[in-house]
Write a protein that binds this ligand. Structure first.
Ligand code: H2B
Length: 136
């Protein structure tokens, strides 16, 4: 499982998440300046303010890498009670995050995204994939 499996949101003090427990319910919608700062740390993610979602496409080297990523993030999601909308097609994983309680993004979505970036970085990804996840 490794380090990311054990990583909780309390591992992200730079976003003021220290001490946040999975079941804490006081999650205000993020202030726009704090959100901007956080999104700057997640350049591969797209924020859709209309939908209140944070999305990213991951393209791995193969299905085994993609499914390993999903397994690791599934465990993280259970530990932190925050779950992705996602779609897997072979080595591609499309992720969409939102927090229903606040009708938009919360620190939970940003923590998920950061953990996912770390989990993907430890796996073999496909660097020459086009944005639709296929080889040119
Ligand atoms: N995951 C995500 N991404 N957004 C939510 O609003 C959400 C969740 N809500 N996981 C949680 C579970 C809620 O349904 C439970 C009851 O805490």
């Amino acid at each position: 499982l490794g380090q990311a499996g054990a990583m909780t949101m309390s591992a992200l003090p730079e976003w003021g998440l220290r001490g946040l427990k999975p079941h804490d319910s006081n999650l205000p919608a993020m202030e726009s300046s704090a959100l901007r700062d956080a999104l700057n740390r997640l350049p591969q993610w797209r924020h859709d303010p209309e939908r209140g979602t944070l999305t990213r496409r991951f393209v791995f080297a193969d299905f085994a890498q993609a499914f390993g990523f999903m397994t690791e993030m599934a465990i993280w999601s259970e530990k932190n009670d925050h779950h992705p909308h996602w779609f897997n097609d072979h080595r591609r994983v499309d992720v969409s995050l939102t927090t229903h309680d606040v009708g938009g993004l919360s620190v939970r979505d940003l923590a998920w995204a950061q953990a996912a970036d770390a989990a993907a970085a430890r796996r073999a990804t496909c660097h020459d994939a086009t944005p639709d996840g296929e080889h040119p």
